[in-house]
Design a protein around this ligand. Sequence first.
Ligand code: TXE
Length: 490
Amino acid sequence: MNLKQQQYINGEWVDAQSGKKRSIINPYNQEVIAEVPEGDEKDARAAIAAAREAFDEGDWSWTPASERGELVTKIGHLIERDQEELAYLESLDTGKTMEESRGDMEDIAGVFRYYGELADKEGGELIDAPVKDSVSKVVREPVGVCGQITPWNYPLLQASWKLAPALAAGNTLVMKPSEITPLTTIKVFELMEEVGIPAGVVNLVLGSGATVGAELSSHDDVDLISFTGGIATGKKIMQSASGNVKNLALELGGKNPNIIFADADFETAVDQALNGVFFHAGQICSAGTRLIVDEAIHDDFVHALVERVKNFKLGSGFEQDTQMGPLISAEHLAKVEAYVEAGVKEGASLVVGGRRPEDPELQQGFFYLPTIFTNCTTDMTVVQEEGFGPVITVEKFRSEKEAVTLANDSIYGLAGGVWTMDIAKAERCAARMRMGTVWINDFNLYFPHAPWGGFKQSGIGRELGRPGLEEYTETKHIFHNLKPEPIHWF
Ligand code: TXE
């Protein structure tokens, strides 16, 4: 593999200080595909020190935003140049199909291009101050040293949402990818070195959440922590970030409702309901795993879903006809199995799937069959908790009000969908759904220009769009008195 299997700290490629290594496993067949350093708190502290020095003493944050933007755009171009290699690494590491990984790489290049172009467009503003002979201006400055922790489901996509805006805004950073999927992130650090990002500005530490992740979120020299991952980890990070009152950006997933009215375009709604869930075997924070279907079409809709699901082709991400790859790890597979068992115990009706496939060719991989539960109610674990696997729950509704009430009955608020041909009804529902993104007659679409993030316990802050850049800035007001005089108050 043509990849530096090392960490990147202060402009150098290094092993873990402890000398420890971690084997990276292909989830399709459990083969070892790479040996990478297993960094720990010491490596994290070295990287934080490098980022701190680069921010406090270096030129990066003073470099004109247009120059920083050009470098960020160039990273996007190199991602396009190396798209095939990056897609290969991503599929090898996550099991997702090459087609999905190629799509991811196009999106990722687009994220870097978007923030490259936005870098010098947010120059601040002049305020018409209510004070004679004065100048009052508001400027945006980088936050400082950013800790960035990413998950395993979209390793490089999630990294790009954090790297591109942080760099465009003039921050320095330490990134920790998921310990099980670091390959494409390592590759992008090679590309950032190639475009000439100065030493110390971007640092990569590989290792577990309990060591490297915890150090990043608790260290006093880190000014901002941006995390995408599970809700339990997010809560821990929030606590450890309180030590020095860090800026906080959290994306913690969802259990996303998809409301299907009887007047929806039936075929399209069925098709997109499947896309909305089974892409990447359901391991998507915005997967529409909670179907809320009009009683009038419920049985037909479920029947149509089941007929399609039965024919899904599971297999290697490198086979042309594979539609769904494996889950990420043995541990995650066990979690999905337990999740489905809980659904059965709670009384949900299992209509398809609910087990591992029997195909002998799939026995080495962490495969799980696409699964559908009907007769679900809001009190069930499978309706309330994020399963992060290929599992749909179906609930019935009788009125518009009931559909929205069900959709909002959740601790999460990341995303949701509504399918209907009635424009006014669609807009009414979208307005009442308590989520960061609502799709009308679509599901799971996103692009760099629009913000992404959750209401309620789905997180804090927004990535992508202008808000995604603002996360990485502090707002400063500079007031200049052009005619200072004594006030004589005291
Ligand atoms: O994620 P973790 P896990 C959800 C999904 C999944 C569940 C658990 O429901 O089943 O989370 O997945 C790092 N301090 N999502 O356990 O642990 C870790 O090393 C600092 C939703 O794999 O949250 C990795 O880099 N960091 C999600 C990152 O956190 C810590 C995507 C995510 O891992 C840490 C993935 C700690 N104490 C899972 N502990 C989404 N929102 O898209 C772990 N980490």
